[in-house]
Design a protein. Sequence first.
Length: 366
Amino acid sequence: MSKLESVQKWTADQGVDFTYISDPKTIEYLTGFFSDPVERVLALVVFADQEPFMFAPALEVEVIKGTGFSHPVYGYLDHEHPWEMIADQVKKRVANPKRVALDKAYLPVAREEALQQVLPGASFDTDVTSFINNMRLFKTADEIAKLDAAGREADFAFEQGFAAVKPGVTEMSIAAKLEYELKMRGVSNMSFDTLVQAGAHAANPHGDTSEIKVQNNQLVLFDLGTVHDGYISDASRTVAVGKPTDKELDIYKVCLEAQLKAMDAAKPGITAEELDAVAREVIDNAGYGKYFIHRLGHGMGMSEHEFPSIMEGNQMELQPGMCFSIEPGIYIPNVAGVRIEDCVHVTENGAEPFTHTSKELTYVDK
């Protein structure tokens, strides 16, 4: 059974007339076609007992057909009313739809209301999000091979980024250098904006890459990833310039111990919250607990953040084929920030990383 057929079966089993999917990444997962429509409308409409169709901006129609999508594709021009056009196509297949499933975790309220206006007799209470999350949770051998390839690209990016680090160089120029080298290698897209943060700037874990210059005797944090055939990499390393302070070196040592212990503990049967606790205990015992301010990890695959969260309160048992990040971090304001991250896939008896850049503290003295 194909992925799309699985959604069709779910639609029938739930007793809904059709399932409306709007998340571009889910559409790519199910059909092989990806586009970010921005403000335009892109949707995959799956029926319980009718052929599915894709609805897209007119400028995407031929591209969708070129991907091998073998079902109807309908396009609309910017001046046309997409919701009425979608409703017209639905009613050709189901005259009076009564129940509709939506990907509620993604679909904006305004768009759900637009659908309600053109299908006033339908209920929109059913949510397909959990079903899709569980479909995407377990990766096939082919998906893992693509994630491995993306991981190798991330390792290359680290190599190029580390080589660009020296006192007086800006974070932005380091990021530009590694992205340039990736493009020269044929890697066209990053999975998210490359993060390079020097010194105390790294204490902001969701900060940005800036014009701050690298100073001698400090740590520099990298967080980066690429897209390979629709699948992503996501990894973090922290390197040293000159001689960081004893405090900074201690932070790094503790963070590394936490990450390595969590990597060793990741295997079938342990729960997500138990794995989070393995890393958190190391950091707590070293006195840095209040500076580890996020979950241990997140699912990944076609998106950099997917289901599930590796965190306290999540009692889901890990199983083979699950892919997620292991990324403890310690962030002390006005001092330093350290994060060490690998994404892994669970095997029959452990977990294998997609990235292999050394995690021993690398000194990039110039």
